[in-house]
Design a protein. Structure first.
Length: 347
């Protein structure tokens, strides 16, 4: 009997051993992950994946879940007019230097923080080791809500991957989270920036090389630059269309401006805050003490709100949907000719 039990135990151990070779990623020793090189990490991340799409998803999700945005670097370097806050500072002083992507990837894994340059280079490096074709794209992104219609240079990096016989676009930086009104990074995965359709990606990403729009007829940079600023909440609400399309609205006191959104999600409150700076605290205060329930018109998948211009001092229209700011328009109020004459006379 003892012999039979021993044989059964040996058989169970032998059967269990090969299964242990194919482990779930979550069961991997965290210390092994923490000390892994980019090459080792890539192998660990795709250990259970069989398709290129699965491998890309595993790498993308790990990067967005484990790398925090370097707000301090963004603030310190962004203050200098000549500084490229979106590029990683390379502190490797080795005599024999590894390729730049490899050095930056190792640095980001060590620090667990990055700006967009670090996110994109780490993602590409891991894809390279996983056997996935990947490119790093440099271009323009609307990262500042006050930049509507203002020319600016390249300020962002993202990636393109070749899977299922097609190039696809993604942005690990913007998918990882956002900087809140306290200038703190808040991790919140945004699936919108994983394999985003090109016609949606172009709304806030404009590459230096137009072929990476992946569009047959890409918009001109002027068209891109004059669209309204969109926050991360815009993509979370799956908005397929909006009006006005131009980010700069010309109006006069007394005019009515119709804001319209098209979305398949259940319709909630759509309204406007016309203060210069709007954050979550402002929205809460306005909802609680400043405004009543907005009057929305709903037709099919479209919801609209009419804003009436009552002052020539208004400069910005912050569009609030479901208690979040999703867009921002620049408002140019035409001054009354008589008022302008009086102002000149006083001067």
């Amino acid at each position: 009997m003892k012999l039979l039990i021993s044989v059964l135990l040996i058989l169970m151990i032998n059967l269990a051993f090969p299964q242990a070779q194919s482990v779930n990623f979550n069961s991997i020793d965290s210390k092994e992950i923490e000390t892994a090189s980019p090459a080792t990490l890539a192998k660990l991340l795709i250990i259970n994946d069989t398709t290129d799409r699965q491998k890309v998803r595993s790498i993308f999700k790990w990067v967005t879940d484990n790398i925090a945005y370097n707000v301090k670097s963004f603030q310190n370097r962004g203050r200098a007019s000549s500084a490229d806050y979106w590029l990683e500072a390379d502190d490797d002083t080795s005599v024999v230097l590894k390729p730049l992507n490899e050095r930056v990837a190792e640095m980001v894994l060590k620090r667990r923080t990055a700006v967009c340059d670090g996110y994109s280079r780490l993602f590409k490096t891991l894809c390279d080791y996983a056997g996935i074709r990947c490119e790093t794209i440099t271009g323009y992104a609307k990262t500042n809500m006050n930049r509507i219609g203002v020319q600016f240079r390249s300020n962002h990096k993202w990636n393109a991957v070749f899977i299922d016989s097609n190039w696809c676009l993604l942005d690990a930086t913007w998918a990882s989270g956002y900087i809140n009104y306290r200038d703190e990074f808040e991790r919140e995965y945004n699936a919108h920036y994983f394999l985003t359709p090109p016609d949606e990606f172009i709304l806030d990403h404009y590459p230096e090389d137009l072929r990476w729009t992946l569009l047959s007829y890409p918009p001109t940079f002027k068209e891109f630059n004059y669209t309204p600023f969109k926050t991360a909440a815009f993509s979370r609400n799956y908005i397929s269309a909006f009006k006005p399309e131009n980010g700069i609205i010309e109006a006069s006191v007394g005019d009515s401006i119709v804001i319209e959104l098209e979305t398949n999600r259940p319709k909630r409150n759509l309204w406007v805050i016309d203060v210069t700076n709007a954050d979550s605290n402002t929205i809460w205060i306005m909802q609680c003490c400043g405004v009543g329930k907005p009057m929305n018109i709903i037709k099919g998948n479209k919801v609209s709100y009419t804003y009436r211009v009552v002052s020539d001092r208004v400069e910005w229209l912050n569009i609030i949907y479901d208690d979040e700011m999703i867009m921002r328009y620049k408002l140019n109020i035409k001054k009354d000719i008589q008022d302008e004459s009086m102002m000149k006379a006083k001067q």
